[in-house]
Design a protein around this ligand. Structure first.
Ligand code: DNO
Length: 405
């Protein structure tokens, strides 16, 4: 590692969605970033990322004085998750894309294994007391959508009776426009999601998971990793899995990267060096039983990328079902996560394993001038700039304190 012992070690980055992103590379550089996190969103899921396309993106990033630190995401085709008809081809193409990225010097690749939907929220404009807008997840809205809007068979059985009743009242009180808005928010795809659905399509897609429970989805994930990790090991690539967001089953779909036990199982079944973790603090934090600092201590050798954001669990109560939790994305240093302990643990892992971990301030509020602009939900410039500034200050304080101890 090149950085002195009392300086920041995390590689500061921001996500850049490519040339159509309203936030420019120059903005990202001015925010003080060293690198960007990017993906070739124009290449359909399941197809090969060619060397030519990778080099084109890399050159754009480097022309702005930045480096392409991490790929987020090289998406996993649905057939890999369900063992659908193009499984073999999708895996083979994934391997080729890994090799092509490595040949271009891009060696950290993020993916997730969430069925159908990537991250999920119910409100993209939640008003914070200070006037900024945040992203929020409200259990009653998800239940209303699931039980009364898409009318998934037996959906009500997945929720506590009290929540089903509140969902009914909520749905009946909603206007047509409100229902459509909720539908768009939940299934149309948030930034970075590779899938997007209408109601009928979503119902049909849900049926492709009939018979796939938690154990089976985990088996499919292990099958995928066993097929691609040897290629990644040989190419010097780290494949880092992003946890489920939120970290529990939704719409009856299994989710298998939600807890410490899930991670332990995954690394035990696929011990390859390339099998890594994108430690997303915000995603894991939605389960109060996930002890973030302890997870970083335990899996530090697997962490090659981190997303740092905070959340506020609004209705924690002993024994509450996971799918009854409401949360919003709070300021980076003020929420249910003790960011001091998270960054301290990451720093210890970084030193122990002699590596700098790329970090991005994950999401940010829509605030100040960005309130009047078109922004990608969660990915506005100013909110992330605030988050990054706070996180880098905290890291520096921790670094100095640790060096002096
Ligand atoms: C949301 C993101 C996720 C993430 C993917 C990784 O803001 O953190 O969409 O990129 O789950 O594959």
């Amino acid at each position: 590692m090149t950085a002195p012992a009392d300086r920041n070690l995390m590689v500061q980055t921001m996500r850049w969605f490519g040339p159509s992103d309203p936030v420019s590379l120059s903005d990202i550089r001015q925010a003080g970033c060293e690198g960007v996190v990017s993906a070739l969103h124009h290449i359909p899921n399941g197809e090969v990322w060619t060397v030519e396309e990778i080099l084109k993106r890399k050159a754009e990033i480097e022309a702005a004085g930045l480096v392409w630190s991490v790929v987020e995401s090289l998406p996993i085709h649905e057939d890999i998750k369900t063992h659908g008809p193009t499984l073999g081809r999708a895996i083979e193409n994934y391997r080729i894309s890994i090799e092509n990225l490595a040949a271009c010097g891009v060696t950290t690749i993020t993916y997730n294994f969430m069925p159908l939907l990537d991250w999920t929220r119910t409100d993209l404009h939640y008003a914070m007391p200070d006037g900024a807008r945040a992203l929020r997840y409200e259990a009653v809205a998800v239940a209303a959508f699931d039980i009364f809007h898409i009318r998934r068979p037996d959906a009500a059985a997945d929720y506590a009776p009290e929540l089903v009743e509140r969902a009914r009242v909520r749905y009946e009180a909603m206007s047509e426009a409100g229902r459509k808005d909720l539908e768009r928010t939940i299934i149309k795809g948030l930034p970075g999601s590779e899938e997007s659905f209408g109601v009928d399509e979503f119902r049909a897609a849900l049926r492709t998971y009939d018979g796939i429970d938690h154990a089976k989805l985990k088996d499919h994930m292990v099958h995928f990793l066993k097929a691609v990790c040897p290629t990644a090991d040989a190419a010097g690539v780290k494949l880092v899995v992003h946890p489920d967001d939120p970290p529990f089953s939704i719409f009856g779909l299994p989710r298998v990267v939600s807890t410490e036990a899930d991670l332990a199982d995954l690394f035990e079944r696929v011990p390859n060096e390339s099998n890594g973790l994108c430690f997303c603090a915000g995603s894991f934090s939605i389960r109060a039983d996930n002890d973030l600092a302890a997870m970083i201590e335990r899996f530090g050798n697997r962490i090659y990328f981190t997303h740092l954001r905070n959340t506020r669990r609004e209705n924690d109560a002993p024994g509450r079902e996971h799918n009854a939790i409401d949360f919003h994305e709070s300021p980076h240093l003020d929420g249910s996560i003790d960011m001091f302990s998270v960054i301290s643990a990451l720093r210890r892992a970084s030193i122990r394993h002699d590596r700098r971990i790329p970090m991005r301030p994950d999401h940010g509020h829509q605030m100040l001038d960005d309130l009047h602009k078109r922004t990608n939900p969660g990915y506005s410039a100013i909110g992330r700039l605030r988050g990054l500034a706070e996180l880098r200050g905290l890291e520096m304080g921790i670094a100095r304190a640790m060096a002096a101890a």
